[in-house]
Ligand binder design. Structure first.
Ligand SMILES: [Zn+2]
Length: 242
């Protein structure tokens, strides 16, 4: 699904734990490099690469947050570009992404359950990359408010609640809002974050106020894909007024 000539939403269906999962990462083509916004589930590298245009290599990765279904193929992306991959993440989730703190929602049991379906080398690579024994992964620490130099400018919006360092991204040139997991589409309806996976739901809903000033034609949700209705009206319905 093209947003612009150089910005694409890709759709990946895969089995994740017990369930079928569909995710919508975004890829931006910049010179000869691809910039990925979120990397999919552990074990999903080959499938992800099938969606990258031929002749491009992934040079930069923006991780919207630390959840496993967003950081999953970082080990393979790092391996494919040794010492050269730019990794952007918010300071609030950097410790987990660097392997200095536990991944918030990945209890040992859950992590084992997800990794145990993968070949041993992939399990080992995942554990190694997100370990205190190896160097950190984030090369560019975000705080919110930055304008990243991709696609003519990509604004970072800190939207904590789903995780402490969760970010969303706004692309003014195409009036596109990439919510990551701050919003989802469920049965065609734009919703707030999924309560079951959102430790601080009050904060997550308040974070949506950051979208109120934005001029948005297209909303991209990592879980659910594209929404082209009236965002501001949905925010009025979803966010409790102060
Ligand atoms: Zn997610």
């Amino acid at each position: 699904m093209n947003i612009t000539d150089t910005m694409e939403v890709i759709e990946i269906k895969s089995k994740y734990g017990e369930h079928e999962m569909v995710i919508y990462p975004v890829v931006i083509y910049e010179g000869e490099q691809a910039v990925l916004i979120d990397t999919g589930i552990p074990g999903g590298y080959d499938t992800l690469m099938q969606h990258i245009r031929p002749g491009f290599s992934v040079g930069s990765v923006i991780l919207t947050h630390q959840d496993l279904d967003h950081i999953g193929t970082l080990p393979q992306l790092l391996e494919a570009a040794p010492g050269k991959l730019n990794v952007y993440a918010h300071t609030g989730d950097q410790p987990a992404i660097d392997g200095r703190a536990p991944i918030l929602k990945a209890s040992p049991e859950r992590l084992n359950g997800i990794l145990s379906t993968l070949p041993q080398p992939e399990q080992d690579a995942f554990r190694s990359v997100f370990s205190t024994e190896t160097p950190g992964n984030v090369t560019h620490t975000l705080h919110g408010g930055e304008m990243l130099p991709f696609a003519g400018g990509l604004q970072v919006i800190h939207t904590p609640g789903h995780t402490p360092g969760h970010i969303s991204l706004y692309h003014p040139a195409s009036k596109t809002l990439i919510t990551a997991d701050a919003m989802v589409i469920n049965e065609g309806q734009l919703m707030g974050p999924v309560p079951q996976f959102t430790p601080n739901m009050d904060q997550a809903l308040q974070s949506l106020n950051a979208f109120r000033e934005l001029d948005v034609d297209t909303v991209v949700c990592y879980h659910g894909g594209l929404f082209r209705g009236d965002l501001q009206q949905r925010l009025d319905e979803l966010v409790p007024s102060l």
